[in-house]
Ligand binder design. Structure first.
Ligand code: GLN
Length: 484
């Protein structure tokens, strides 16, 4: 990959283009080549090299005219394959959508493209975003670029791997229970989930609509701030986007920062080296004058997992009903022989049986069960109550602290295949991440050291709508880590 410049930020990229160190076309070709060279990682489901190069030429024509580059110009972007880009396939990692082509572009991508972003391809994921390993894709599992024997995390594992291995400068992911943060921590990049309702979900194939947000995987926080500045905000197409436009913050005075450290996140089950790495970060912030307060969030770990794995399947059981072979993607015809009364019903059943993977079916069944008469009160309604208690607990905590720090995951990247057959163990991977989704608050995972020689991540949570503080603190802390 001799000609790959390996830029680590949007600013660095735009400066190099501006100074004519490299043309945007050359840069884009280098990324296409990088994807080719890393084919074995299986980070992309589809690559749109020609489309990307055409867009790069547009940027080059601007540079000739000496206009300063801005926004997303020159930024080669991966897009998770559950986000629509008109004219490109959108599989959600599933067989049921293997032949589907998007008829419109998601708001998030549309805004980024209008600001100059160069979409290079669609990244691999666990089917419909359900999973924590990126091994549940119909198109094969993704490998972690840091150690190809290990998973990259999921479900945005393709996006994390693509950024880490320089197959794109940044990538969009989605985060319903940790899918940007957990892969980011496993691959050693930044992964961010915005406050719920900051980015439009128009054009996102969401499985858990009350939990899901489009998020970002990148090499640095500044890039996330640039992307959010372009991508966030109302579009009139997602009724839940009610927060004001995102604006990044200048540095936060760290000596006035109040940090909450919830004890439940540092108990049994947390890897020792991760515990130490996160504590080292907290110590670093303390040295800058931040106040550290031990807090308790009793509903935010084990209970949150139980709550999430009722609410999320409940939502997906109804939300995925639209994939019936009639409107989108694959259709298997019925011939009346199944004895279900009509060819159409039979066709629905055959299509869904064939098109959905095992994990998706498991969740549809689970969700249908927890919503069914006689059980809804016991499961779904109680889960909603638990969600409210969690929200209240967090609101109370945020009256005393400005941010909350936790590990992102209990362990570093695990070996491929090690949890694939055990859904409960896989669900426990999300123990530190799901609460932010249940409560809708902003959360970032930032690299903070190594365990067993593998990258680990630390999470920063903020008040609902206070994304700018979360990002500023992560940016400042990263600069301190790098001795800047
Ligand atoms: N791992 C979680 C799940 O399987 C979260 C997935 C996501 O955020 N898309 O549901």
């Amino acid at each position: 990959m001799s000609n790959h410049p390996r830029f680590n930020s949007i600013r660095q990229t735009q400066e190099a283009l501006q100074n004519k160190q490299i043309s945007c076309e050359e840069l884009t070709r280098a990324y296409v080549q990088s994807i080719d060279e890393h084919n074995d990682l299986n980070a992309f489901i589809s690559v749109c090299g020609e489309r990307a190069i055409a867009k790069a030429k547009e940027t080059d024509s601007k540079i000739v005219h000496d206009d300063a580059l801005s926004g997303m110009e020159g930024v080669v972007l991966g897009v998770k394959d559950n986000i629509l880009v008109k004219g490109l396939g959108c599989t959600a990692g599933s067989k049921i959508l293997a032949s589907y082509t998007a008829s419109y572009t998601a708001t998030a991508v549309n805004r980024l493209e209008e600001a100059g972003a160069i979409v290079i391809g669609k990244t691999n994921l666990d089917q419909f975003g359900m999973g924590s390993s990126s091994q549940f894709s119909y198109f094969g599992g993704v490998k972690n670029p840091v150690d190809p024997e290990r998973v990259p995390g999921g479900s945005s594992g393709g996006s994390a791997a693509a950024v880490k291995a320089d197959m794109c400068l940044a990538a969009l992911g989605t985060d319903m229970g940790g899918s940007c943060r957990q892969p980011a921590s496993f691959c050693g990049v930044f992964g961010y989930k915005p406050s719920y309702g900051l980015v439009s979900r128009h054009g996102l194939l969401s499985s858990g609509p009350s939990l899901d947000q489009v998020g970002v995987l990148a090499h640095c926080v500044e890039d996330i701030e640039v992307i959010m500045g372009v991508m966030a905000g109302q579009d009139g197409l997602d009724a839940n986007v009610r927060l004001p436009q995102f604006r990044s913050r200048k540095d936060v005075p760290l000596n006035a920062l109040r940090i909450g450290v919830p004890e439940e996140f540092f108990t049994d089950g947390l890897d020792d080296e991760i515990k130490k790495a996160v504590h080292d970060q907290i110590t670093m912030l303390k040295k800058q004058g931040a106040t550290i307060t031990n807090i308790t969030l009793p509903h935010a770990t084990k209970e949150a997992i139980a709550t999430y794995y009722i609410i999320m399947p409940a939502e997906c059981s109804s939300n995925l009903a639209r994939f019936d072979g009639v409107r989108y993607g694959t259709r298997i015809e019925g011939d009346g022989s199944a004895g279900v009364g009509s060819d159409v019903i039979e066709s629905y059943l055959l299509t869904r049986e064939d098109g959905f993977g095992a994990e998706v079916k498991r969740r549809i069944l689970l969700g249908t069960f927890v919503l069914s008469a006689g059980y809804a009160d016991r499961y779904y309604v109680r889960a909603q109550q638990a969600r409210n208690m969690l929200r209240e607990g967090l609101a109370k905590a945020f009256r005393e602290v400005d941010i909350i720090i936790t590990p992102t995951t209990p362990n570093p990247a695990f070996p491929i295949g090690s949890k694939t057959d055990d859904p409960t163990t896989m669900y426990l991977e999300d123990i530190y991440t799901v609460s932010a989704n249940l409560a809708g608050i902003p959360a970032i995972s930032m690299p903070c050291g190594l365990s067993q020689g593998l990258p680990v991540g630390m999470q920063i949570w903020g008040r609902y709508g206070d994304d700018a503080t979360v990002l500023a603190v992560a940016r400042q802390l990263d600069a301190l880590n790098k001795g800047q």
